[in-house]
Design a binder for this molecule. Structure first.
Ligand code: PLP
Length: 496
């Protein structure tokens, strides 16, 4: 399938670069006289520096900051690291306690883990079932020695908007610095830092139609001295982030911010309408759950769980759509979405989630095609799922043996139903909930069972199956569940 036929619904992962941004970057790279090192004092350097300062003004304007309050970084990951580690390290002599939340992006969570290793205490506040962080819970976590609170503005999985004004106010009253990861907020909803009790704010160009590899940390005037840099070197960005500034990246970031500011007001309602259009069609499917229901959410994100349908299997079947799932099947971690778990979703519902995220180039036709495709795939996978296979369907063969393992709420659920004739398997049906590896292994096993006796029922070991089917070792646990179901069949094998 060519990418032209694909519907891109993963804007929360990254956005396409706007053509006008590409134009600005290309001109900047090719520009005669703009090729100097912006730190150089000659004409080439001065011209590059001028372009950077014009872009800095656009970046600042999008969030209602002053140019001097913008520190360019490589992206929101670095901005989060600089804010969390930089503030904590600078304040270590005054206090060693930091408050953050369980639903932060890893770019915010992992610096907190680093601080714990360094001897800081970290309190992670949990969200409620709608995905919101209660400012009261943040308040309860504060201690006299708290030096930083870091709670994100908009969650990247659910799109839920946090009450940054209330959280910031609690911090302001106590002289505690407040950082917010706004990578999913800036350019999506109005952000005006001068009117808010926010001291540090992370954002990144590639979530707002700019290039990857450039972002910024807003550092409120007067707060700079309370942040230690992560890098040392040439002293750029007031020493907070040394290194030669990448002129073309920054020009692209500036162009993207200017465009976002111009389009924000019109895009918000348009994307909200698309989101409601999508939800209107998906909610017609039975057993769907809206993650973040009841909480304020950004326009361009819709996160939905489908009972009995594993997310990765769903995504694999939805070849024509590009989107993300909370399933851990092929992600680097083996845990399903910790954000959805924090919302109180069980492991299976967290595994069964899809995140639809859309934006500037999404049309109503895209949304309708996506909804039809999802309806089709959910129906197909549900037909396989044990949850829909009610026991007691009358079998006509000599005997029937049923073996089941895993279960509702778990990552894998499998049921083999064997017809046994003259002591051998004469027919097999199976129902399965699981990731694509599990589905493939279950079908492969089912095909190997006919003709076998109870004793020789097991076709090899899970390790051998994994090798034959190229299942990664870390997924072996799922195959063990399949083995359990076959063992159950053996235990229930009819006596002769
Ligand atoms: C994308 C994202 C990041 C990471 O940003 P990069 O620029 O890719 O480093 C951090 N936090 C949130 C909430 C994000 O969505």
């Amino acid at each position: 399938m060519s990418t032209r036929d694909l519907i891109y619904l993963d804007y929360a992962a990254t956005t396409p670069v706007d053509p006008s941004v590409i134009g600005a970057m290309t001109r900047s790279l090719a520009a005669e006289g703009g090729c100097g090192n912006p730190s150089s004092l000659h004409a080439f350097g001065r011209r590059a520096a001028k372009r950077i300062e014009a872009a800095r003004a656009e970046v600042a304007a999008l969030i209602g900051a002053a140019s001097e309050e913008i520190v360019f970084t490589s992206g929101a990951t670095e901005s989060d690291n600089l804010a969390v580690l930089g503030v904590a390290h600078a304040a270590a002599h005054r206090g060693r306690h930091v408050v953050s939340s369980r639903i932060e992006h890893k770019a915010g969570l992992d610096p907190c883990k680093r601080l714990e290793k360094e001897g800081f205490a970290v309190t992670l506040v949990t969200s409620d079932r709608s995905g919101r962080i209660d400012p009261g819970a943040v308040e309860a976590a504060l201690r006299p020695e708290t030096v930083l609170v870091s709670v994100m503005w908009v969650n990247n999985e659910t799109g839920v908007i946090q009450d940054v004004a209330a959280i910031g106010a609690l911090c302001r009253e106590r002289g505690i610095l407040y950082h917010t990861d706004a990578a999913q907020a800036v350019g999506k909803i109005p952000v005006a830092v001068h009117a808010l009790p926010v001291d540090l704010l992370s954002f990144t160009a590639h979530k707002l139609y700019g290039p990857k590899g450039i972002g910024a940390l807003y550092v409120r005037a007067g707060v700079r001295a309370r942040v230690l840099p992560l890098l040392v070197g040439g002293g750029q960005e007031g020493g907070l982030r040394p290194g030669t500034l990448p002129t073309h990246q920054i020009v692209g970031f500036g162009a993207a911010c200017a465009l976002a500011r111009a389009l924000l007001e019109a895009e918000g309602p348009r994307l909200t309408a698309l989101r409601e259009r999508l939800w209107g069609q998906l909610r017609a499917i039975r057993g769907v759950h809206l993650n973040g229901e009841g909480a304020p959410r950004v326009p361009g994100v819709l996160n939905v769980s489908f009972e009995g349908v594993e997310g990765e299997s769903l995504v694999t079947g939805l070849e024509e759509l590009a989107l993300s799932t909370g399933s851990a099947c092929n992600s680097a971690s083996s845990e399903p979405s910790y954000v959805l778990r924090a919302l109180g979703r069980d492991s299976q519902l967290a595994q069964s989630s899809l995140r639809f995220s859309f934006g500037r180039f999404t049309t109503p036709e895209d949304i309708d095609r996506a909804a039809v495709a999802v309806q089709r795939e959910v129906r197909r996978l549900r037909a396989l799922s044990p949850a829909t296979d009610l026991p007691g369907t009358g079998a006509t063969a000599d005997a029937e043996v049923v073996g089941e393992a895993g279960g509702p709420g778990r990552d894998v659920w499998i049921r083999f139903r064997l017809r046994v004739c003259s002591g051998r398997v004469s027919g097999v049906s199976h129902r399965v909930y699981g990731c694509p590896h599990t589905l493939a292994a279950a079908a492969w096993l089912a095909g190997r069972l006919p003709g076998r006796t109870g004793e020789e029922l097991m076709p090899g070991t899970p390790a051998e199956w994994a090798q034959t089917l190229a299942v990664p070792v870390e997924k072996l646990g799922r195959l063990l569940t399949l083995e359990d179901a076959l063992r159950e069949c053996q235990r229930r094998w009819p006596a002769v």
